[in-house]
Design a protein around this ligand. Structure first.
Ligand SMILES: [Zn+2]
Length: 636
């Protein structure tokens, strides 16, 4: 209390000071010298010291996070923004009301906030802490009602303080990419997590000053520690392209009764800028804890009701609750997951693009070489006969036809001509063995063979080399595949993909700007040009005719892969399939690349499950939406 007494002395304002000086002048300085010295000591010399002591004792500080920066797409459309809200807290010591009044106040607040009156009353009576949070992010309508009540009733001790709430106006759009912030306003997924240090700004403290007698302090120290607003992000993402991609993927999910969702990407081939990145089913980051998939949500609700029907602490209750919480947690993690960068999958025949580019670039084969397919063949170094996907065979094919037919036997021979060493070196240079380095958290690097298993065919046989040549028995991420194929068509350059174009501070100054980065040149310009015409022939004449878009030259490659590692209840492979298509446009000067993949189309639709039948038309539909929007000129 010593400080408090000293504090009472310094509470004279400058008016008092002046009056004392006047008195001193009137009654003669001498008599007042000791007093004046003491006053001077307290008021001037030691002012800072007492101020700090007083502040330590009299202030309440509340950590307030700074407003997070905004996330914009490349057209400055808002994907994530912080909106101003208010927190409601009580100061029980200030309230100092009779029990009856506390009941009345609690009842009023509970009715406005739709909250538990007893809990509010409990907090209002708890004198241990002077900061009792009643509600975060109160809507303006409600805080206005509360403010009016405070004024009308003249109540001390009910406080509204500024806070911010994260809002995602585009809801499910690009949800896994954008991510969300947790209850403490920290980025926990997607860009919100990867760029948290830029977005979050500097947290501060709001310090309000009240003396022990609840009088206002003679000096005011608002914003004692100032908050610094977070930086904003401008993405390479285009919300319109993203919406086109998501809509077409959703259509395909419904049309082909796809059981396990879909994913897709759109990228600029020359720069590595990501225009769209989608994983479906999605979720709404405004309510990220809720399970967005309605079937899954109903199942969970059923589980919850089941265990709730047992007496608490019974074993059925406890086991049921544990199973429910595990399933809920898994479902949340699944809907938040960005499959384009986090999950490897078997690329299947889309990978043949890389094998062929390597074989042509190294000179291992030429365009006039012929490959014979009888439907099945005993390949040297493989223990079993290798079957082409077309059991009746493709007959004699030149190189372009082998790609158009997506002939597995031809590609086994192309891989053997190339040899394990060159194949592995090219695959490595195409970035298949490394992460792409995209500016997002949670990127995975895929799973590929050890070098010796591909290279040392004397010891390991040719099964791994030949299977890898047509995209089987290993995994990579959709983004890894897409950037590798971008290098095939863009003149040979492997790029580092990115999603944030620019980081701006609160005043609009550039803090960070990303430029396209060439990692390395993988194939020659000439090979790249050759590959472009071959890829166009796959859409014009081969397995990807369904991807054609009238008026635009499209190239691409289909893929159908079995999920070899997914087993049914008896431990047998389910033979579930991922069908995919990688498309490029326009082929005279490639600018955009797209991948769409559908995970496990139903066997009951009567349609043949293949990339050509399902993924190619889906990608074609996206391209027909976005190419005119992106300003690509029609050729006919
Ligand atoms: Zn064949």
């Amino acid at each position: 209390m010593a400080n408090s007494k000293q504090y009472q002395r310094v509470r004279f304002d400058t008016g008092h000071h002046r009056r004392i000086l006047v008195l001193m002048a009137i009654f003669g300085l001498v008599a007042f010298v000791p007093v004046a010295i003491r006053l001077w000591d307290l008021m001037i010399r030691r002012f800072d010291y007492y101020t700090i002591q007083a502040l330590r004792n009299q202030t309440r500080s509340t950590a307030v996070s700074a407003p997070r920066g905004t996330i914009y797409d490349r057209n400055m459309d808002i994907l994530a923004v912080s909106v101003a809200k208010e927190n409601l807290y009580l100061d029980p010591r200030e309230l100092k009301q009779s029990r009856e009044d506390i009941e009345k106040i609690s009842e009023f607040l509970a009715s406005v906030l739709d909250a538990d009156q007893n809990k509010i009353a409990e907090k209002a009576k708890n004198m241990r802490y002077r900061y009792q949070l009643i509600a975060s992010n109160v809507e303006k309508e409600e805080s206005d009602i509360i403010r009016q009540y405070i004024n009308e009733q003249d109540i001390q001790g009910i406080h509204l303080e500024p806070s911010t709430k994260r809002y995602y106006p585009m809801e499910t759009l690009a949800a896994q990419l954008v991510g969300f912030t947790n209850a403490s306003n920290q980025g926990s997924e997607g860009l919100e997590a990867a760029y948290d240090k830029y977005l979050s700004g500097t947290s501060g403290k709001v310090v309000s000053t009240k003396g022990n007698n609840e009088m206002d302090m003679p000096f005011s120290l608002e914003d004692f520690v100032k908050t610094e607003e977070g930086c904003s992000l401008i993405l390479t993402l285009d919300a319109t392209v993203q919406a086109c991609l998501e809509n077409r993927l959703q259509e395909a999910i419904e049309k082909y009764q796809v059981e396990n969702g879909a994913f897709g990407l759109v990228m600029e081939v020359d720069t590595g800028k990501v225009l769209a990145m989608a994983t479906l089913g999605s979720y709404d980051p405004n309510a990220y804890l809720e399970i967005y998939d309605s079937t899954q949500a109903e199942l969970l609700e059923q589980m919850r009701q089941d265990f709730m029907s047992y007496p608490q602490q019974s074993s059925q209750y406890l086991q049921g609750k544990e199973a429910y919480q595990k399933m809920l947690n898994d479902a949340r993690l699944k809907q938040w997951r960005n499959r384009c960068i986090s999950d490897g999958y078997e690329p299947g025949s889309t990978f043949k693009v890389l094998t062929l580019a390597a074989a042509l670039d190294s000179g291992a084969i030429g365009l006039d070489d012929r490959f014979y397919c009888a439907g099945a063949e005993q390949i040297p170094g493989r223990s079993q006969r290798l079957h082409c996907w077309r059991s009746t065979g493709h007959g004699s094919q030149v190189t372009a036809q082998a790609l158009q037919n997506s002939c597995n036997l031809a590609f086994a021979h192309i891989a053997l001509s190339l040899g394990g060493e060159r194949f592995y070196d090219y695959i490595q240079r195409f970035g298949v063995l490394e992460k792409t380095g995209i500016d997002l958290a949670g990127e995975s690097g895929g799973v590929f063979f050890d070098r010796q298993i591909i290279v040392d065919t004397e010891k390991w046989g040719t099964a791994s080399l030949t299977s890898a040549s047509f995209g089987q028995t290993f995994k990579l991420t959709p983004l890894q595949l897409l950037r590798a194929i971008s290098a095939v068509v863009n003149g040979g350059n492997l790029m580092e993909p990115y999603i944030v174009e620019e980081v701006l501070d609160a005043d609009g100054n550039t803090v960070l700007r990303q430029e396209p980065t060439v990692v390395r040149q993988v194939i020659s310009q000439e090979t790249s040009r050759t590959m472009c015409s071959l890829l166009q022939s796959v859409v014009d004449e081969g397995t990807a005719k369904n991807a054609a878009v009238p008026g635009f030259s499209i190239g691409g490659k289909t893929g159908t892969s079995e999920k070899i590692d997914v087993l049914d209840e008896k431990g047998n492979p389910t033979l579930d399939k991922i069908v995919s298509f990688v498309g490029i446009a326009p082929m005279d000067d490639p600018q955009y690349i797209i991948i769409v993949a559908l995970d496990t189309p139903s066997r009951d639709t009567g349609l043949y499950i293949s990339g050509g039948q399902m993924a190619a038309p889906t990608a074609g539909a996206v391209l027909s939406d976005i190419l005119p929007y992106l300003g690509v000129k029609r050729t006919g």
